[in-house]
Design a binder for this molecule. Structure first.
Ligand SMILES: Nc1ncnc2c1ncn2[C@@H]1O[C@H](COP(=O)(O)OP(=O)(O)OP(=O)(O)O)[C@@H](O)[C@H]1O
Ligand SMILES: [Mg+2]
Length: 401
């Protein structure tokens, strides 16, 4: 299958001033796209088409303009287009011109070609304005990307690691240092795990790592408490039809922080780690810490845990949390985030759908919406760009004109 390139003639100047926006997107060998070129005005983007057309793939490509593994958490090589000829399965690339927090920026990313047989590790290349970047982590400086996908519908009932990741992604947008703190905690923890495993390690060396874990771990827990508190407060100010939620970061350090200052919590965690070396050596991992925390969510009005709410109520809670997060990001960065909402409209009744569109337009960032049914997006007529996606080909659609 060969994908056709599309270049819609639209000037870049049309970009919204108040929001992050992708003004051009190019893909090569990305999932079912051999090649794609889109130019965009900065308005909301609506992608419609049949199942398997390539709508979610475009949102996934956009999610790679932020740190991490994208909205499907795929391995980099999984994303490369399969052609039926395994030898040709290399290497996807995505490039975008963006209106970002620092102004216009050009970002390229993709899977690096393996350098020789001995290099089996997958490596993501990131270029900003043509210059190689040390890692994808720096992308957070330029833009915030938030997403909601059908896979997240099970967030409240699935294992807690998915919820913890979701919680930390929320906090990334609200606290510029959070991703660094999480990474530093994990680095120190991995090193301590390694030392415990090999045995006979110098106790001063272990103590130094435990001090780092305590310092970064308490910062992580504190940022979660603060971030979720702000999202909860932000939701309480919202007036639309989406539910209010109560949110809490639940973990050993998060609980201590309710009763003691950060320095005391650091000392307590340091002592705990030192005392648990034997247990942790047996377990092969640190058995207590912020890497085990969970995010608890309650439907405020019903006073019910989210896991006990109906599917529709859970979806509404997720939308409400995501919107509150986007409003806070806009307040912090003076720029709305890029929002990727996969198949959201189909789950909402007409009143909630209208409220969602109203809120997205008010936010002012570029939101990408997908669905199989064109009619769901009639409410955005004249205020969004519409594209039809079919078999890896994207064509503009003169919608509702
Ligand atoms: N690495 C890959 N190489 C080639 N094609 C792929 C690859 N990964 C996924 N695909 C294909 O991409 C197609 C489009 O997937 P995508 O999830 O984007 O569809 P969609 O339009 O969102 O459909 P739906 O409405 O069902 O959600 C699928 O048919 C899938 O098999
Ligand atoms: Mg899809």
């Amino acid at each position: 299958m060969r994908s056709a390139a599309l270049v819609a003639e639209r000037p870049y100047e049309g970009a919204t001033a108040g929001g992050t926006a992708v003004l051009s997107l190019s893909l090569r060998d990305f999932r079912n796209y051999a090649e794609l070129h889109l130019r965009l005005s900065g308005q909301p983007v609506v992608l419609t088409g049949p199942n398997g057309a390539g709508k979610t793939n475009i949102l996934e490509a956009l999610s790679f303009f932020s740190p991490g593994r994208g909205l499907r958490r795929a391995r980099l090589s999984e994303v490369s287009r399969t052609t039926g000829q395994p030898a040709l399965r290399c290497c996807w690339a995505a490039h975008a011109e963006l209106a970002s927090v620092i102004g216009p920026v050009s970002i390229g990313t993709g899977l690096a070609e393996a350098a020789g047989d001995e290099d089996n590790a997958e490596r993501r290349i990131v270029r900003v304005n043509g210059e190689p970047a040390a890692s994808a982590n720096g992308l957070a400086e330029y833009l915030d990307v938030v997403w909601l996908t059908p896979q997240m519908d099970r967030l409240f009932v699935e294992g807690l690691s998915t919820r913890r990741r979701f919680m930390d992604r929320l906090v990334y947008g609200l606290d510029g240092g959070h991703a660094r703190q999480v990474a530093a905690f994990e680095r120190a923890m991995r090193e301590r795990n390694r030392l415990l495993k090999i045995g006979g390690a110098d106790s001063a060396w272990l103590a130094a790592l435990e001090s780092q874990m305590a310092e970064h771990g308490v910062a992580v827990a504190a940022a979660r408490r603060d971030g979720l508190g702000r999202i909860e407060a932000g939701m309480a100010l919202a007036t639309g039809p989406f539910p209010q939620a109560r949110l809490a970061a639940q973990g050993v350090i998060e609980a201590w922080l309710a009763d003691m200052p950060a320095l005391a919590a650091e000392e307590k965690y340091r002592t705990m780690l030192a005392e648990r070396r034997g247990i942790d050596r047996e377990a092969g991992a640190a058995t207590e810490g912020p890497h085990r925390s969970d995010m608890a969510v309650w439907h405020a009005e019903k006073d019910q845990p989210a896991a006990q709410c109906s599917t529709g109520e859970q979806k509404a809670l997720l939308i409400a949390i995501t919107l509150a997060n986007a409003r806070l990001i806009r307040a912090r960065r003076q720029m709305a985030p890029l929002m990727l909402l996969d198949e959201i409209s189909a789950h909402l009744d007409a009143r909630r759908r209208a409220a969602l569109y109203e809120e997205l337009l008010a936010l002012g960032g570029q939101v990408w919406l997908t669905g199989t049914d064109d009619d769901l997006f009639a409410g955005l007529a004249g205020q969004a760009e519409f594209f039809m996606v079919a078999d890896g080909v994207v064509t503009p659609r003169a919608a509702f004109s």
